[in-house]
Design a protein around this ligand. Structure first.
Ligand code: NAD
Length: 359
């Protein structure tokens, strides 16, 4: 199997789809790998490391000529010109899935969309959404900590005693749980919240408090374990619980999401106005519209003394480890697709079937 690795061209994207360790693993299994020069540079993986791992370095056209081409972000319109008809690309499809499918089809390119990896035990090692959410949750906690004008831990010093910061994490999926764990490690007093019943136990197991168990709904999750949009009366209960807690909170990290939908609104402008001046909100859901009414995706705004950060692509900000985890997911997928040394798209396999987009 010939595997290609392209350099990312999207703004703010520093990650690379395969790191040198992964190349060594593929080469050992008999694959040939062509990497576009400079593909890993922004994540601190040098061309020399790729060459030492057994890759051939070349231009974009050489890497795109492979049987299967790996990228982080789906190819943009101009990038598509480099692919041959019949090429197979592994990448994130992004939110404009429909438009990109048309563009891909017009170029005869098939896409294995990484967001579509099923949430099954067998597919877990290929799940980039989970691995990248881990990075996002960690980064969000650090961003919040460094944006506050106070310590997170309790301190007893000759210059006086300082109380620990209160952190509220909304949404306790992969990103939220990592934000809870990281804030706890930094010494904050943490409260978590999620509408799924299963999340409460996970929050408590990390040593955080769980906000408002009464606001949990038995039917808040789909069979696949994702949250659904809430009924009106439950949404009211959730907002009331957050409203009650947010007044005393120093840092809110919001990660609540509903797959394929806009982020649920959990923090109103009125709630922000009741927060203490100097408080910070890190809205990890900014990319899908934000959990806070005042979030501006990609910007940091201040409203009556409260800083609201709407970060985009947090994993790219920790590109080395984010790429390493992404790469491990992609290699596991490539190993599934390699049958007797050749690329095989087996449509009877539930993982391949769920991921493949082609005309
Ligand atoms: P996600 O990114 O879709 O959403 C983040 C969190 O927001 C979820 O926990 C969700 O319940 C929560 N949320 C949605 N609406 C909310 C609201 N109104 N108020 C508060 N919280 C709200 O979720 P995710 O991180 O991808 O994980 C969801 C679940 O799936 C987790 O239990 C996770 O462990 C599980 N999971 C399983 C697999 C697998 O089995 N392969 C892989 C990844 C995740």
């Amino acid at each position: 199997m010939h595997v290609g690795v392209l350099k990312e061209t999207a703004p703010r994207e520093r990650r690379v789809a395969l790191v040198p360790d992964a190349i060594a693993r593929l080469v050992k299994a008999g694959d040939t790998v062509t990497v576009e020069r400079g593909a890993g540079a922004a994540a601190w993986f040098a061309d020399d490391a790729y060459a030492a791992a057994g890759a051939t370095l070349g231009d974009a056209a050489a890497a795109a000529a492979a049987d299967i081409v790996c990228k982080v972000q789906r190819p943009s319109e101009p990038e598509l010109a480099v692919f041959r008809n019949g090429a197979v690309v592994v990448a994130l499809v992004g939110r404009e899935a429909a438009a990109s499918v048309d563009a891909l089809a017009a170029h005869g390119v098939a896409l294995l969309a990484l967001e579509r990896v099923p949430r099954t035990t067998r597919a877990q090692a290929m799940d980039v959404l989970s691995s990248q959410a881990t990075v996002a949750g960690y980064k969000a906690a650090l961003l919040g900590a460094s944006s506050l004008a106070r310590f997170l831990p309790m301190l007893t010093t000759a210059a006086g005693s300082l109380t620990p910061a209160k952190v509220l994490v909304l949404g306790a999926g992969v990103a939220g749980l990592q934000a809870i764990a990281t804030s706890r490690r930094l010494g904050a007093v943490v409260t978590g919240f999620d509408v799924r019943a299963a999340a409460a136990e996970e929050v408590l197991s990390l040593g955080a408090k769980f906000l408002a168990p009464e606001a949990i709904a038995d039917d808040a999750a789909t069979a696949g374990g994702y949250a659904k949009e809430l009924a009106e009366d439950q949404q009211r209960r959730v907002l009331a619980a957050i409203d009650g807690a947010i007044v005393a909170t120093d840092l809110v990290i919001s990660t609540a999401a509903i797959p394929g939908k806009a982020a649920p609104r959990l923090i109103t402008a009125a709630m922000v106005e009741r927060m203490k001046p100097g408080s910070v909100i890190v809205d990890v859901s900014a990319e899908t519209g934000g959990n806070c009414e005042l979030t501006r995706p990609g910007e940091t705004v201040e409203h009556r003394g409260v800083t609201i950060i709407g970060p985009l692509n947090l994993p790219s900000g920790m590109a080395m480890h984010a790429s390493q985890m992404f790469s491990r997911n992609v290699v596991t997928l490539l190993e599934l697709l390699r049958k007797d040394g050749t690329l095989t798209l087996d449509m009877t396999d539930d993982i391949v079937k769920a991921m493949l987009i082609r005309s």
